[in-house]
Design a protein. Structure first.
Length: 56
């Protein structure tokens, strides 16, 4: 997660609340990407309007 690029749209927190949360004006990754949430985390990364999320 590149927080400096985040615009705070909350897309990732809506799609993958087990992985992302808001911290002030931007989102942060607070949970591990696991087998149970990889699809949601990937959707969040692909849908991020500024490309601030990378799933490794």
């Amino acid at each position: 997660m590149k927080r400096e690029d985040c615009i705070g749209c909350q897309f990732c927190t809506d799609v993958a609340p087990d992985v992302f949360r808001m911290n002030g004006e931007s989102a942060e990754c607070f949970g591990d990407v696991t087998e149970s949430n990889i699809d949601a985390a990937t959707e969040a990364a692909e849908g991020c309007p500024v490309g601030a999320i990378e799933i490794e």
